[in-house]
Design a protein around this ligand. Sequence first.
Ligand code: ADP
Length: 261
Amino acid sequence: VEIVGAPILNEVGRLKGTVLVFHDITDFKRLDQMRKDFVANVSHELKTPVTSIRGFAETLLDGAMNDPDIHRQFLTTIFTESKRLQALIQDLLELSELENDELRLQTEKIDLAMLFKDIQPFLDKQATGKQIQLSSTISENLIMTGDTNRMKQVLLNLINNAIIYTPEKGEVDFTIHGTDDMIEIKVSDTGIGIPEEEKSRIFERFYRVDKARSRNTGGTGLGLAIVKHIVEAHNGRIELNSELEQGTTFKLTFPKCQTNK
Ligand code: ADP
């Protein structure tokens, strides 16, 4: 609490009393702390790949280039780390646009079954690589108003996460169905789950349950923060259900496009 005080004087200038104003600055402090954490996180996340790129490049220049095997191995690391850096910068720019309401949605009518067909080949490939069974149950003719590319991004992100955080030979299930005036999209997996106490935090920027694991899978830790923004920009809601070691379900709800019968 921040307290500001002022004396109250009588006609002859003697102290009659004092006014004290109490400001509750909890929110301000919390936002200020979040901003500081964010800057610290960004710096750390950028520093890690840059240090690695620089170190490997330096070692190559110092003579490691003469050994063709090491040469290739080091260049591969430099390439991987620069891709990570690029993904991170792209996600940061996007998040900043979303948070400043600068993102203009290119809205149109989206047929969700068609949208899923577009991204399915890519997801099938991801799932097959991990021997994960990806199944889908999709009602036809469900139309919403939204930005096709952004909605693709949301689904790709959630299904990709489901595949990443599910051990080999697990299952990922994707469903789209309609109620009277809403569209429900669910992504369920039989993966590692999210601990109860972390559930409210995973939509925060850079929040990860297991930092090392997420980095190894190439994640930036910004995916769900971006997903949440896009969903809300579409007047939608995102909910989460998860049981540790059993699996996770993300449920999205959007208003149905009313002109559609
Ligand atoms: P990341 O790039 O780390 O995947 P996200 O923002 O997409 O970043 O996710 C944040 C964190 O939420 C992940 O690091 C992971 O700990 C957790 N998470 C997301 N999706 C799942 C899931 N389907 N199962 C278990 N944990 C998940």
